[in-house]
Design a protein around this ligand. Sequence first.
Ligand code: FES
Length: 201
Amino acid sequence: MSAQATVAPAPAEGVAQAGPFEPVIIGFTCNWCSYRAADLAGTARTKYEPNVRLIRLMCSGRLDPTFVLKAFAEGADAVLVSGCHPGECHYIEQNYKALRRFQLLQRTIEALGIEPQRLQLVWASAAEGVRLAGEINRVTDEVRALGPLNWPADTVVDLDAVDLEKAWEATGGDADGPPATAGGTNPQHAAASQPATEVAK
Ligand code: FES
């Protein structure tokens, strides 16, 4: 990532920019739960707003704070983070680390002039397609009400100025996120899990 990123809202492919404001929302999902929930919603033909672009991670604990800052810096109006319910993470407790990072990131973006409501966290199991669809719709409506992320076009955010090292330590997160073991190390899930083949690194 470059040290500096010019903040310029970029129209996302497929989202109409003429007419009423339509937010661009980046959704970081867990391979084992929320990504599958979104898939389930699709196969069940449960409709949800097309404003969200889903990015699949192995676990919500893999979310590096810079992913969120980069999304905002490159034009996202909001970021949605979603993972397994507490106690159900395939990597045992990585979603608790994701929760701490989320809380810290909300404070960080507020300090950068971004409303904290533009970063949201939703727990969803693989079976909760309908619920996740409802949460995506709710977040989309809330961001519509907030309006575009109106940073001045010439604003430059120095990402290096954000002390992510301290932030990272405060979350107790390690540099690599969850272990690479397919299926994780949670004994409740490991036996039934299959290796993922299309996982965003
Ligand atoms: S949050 Fe889903 S595996 Fe950790």
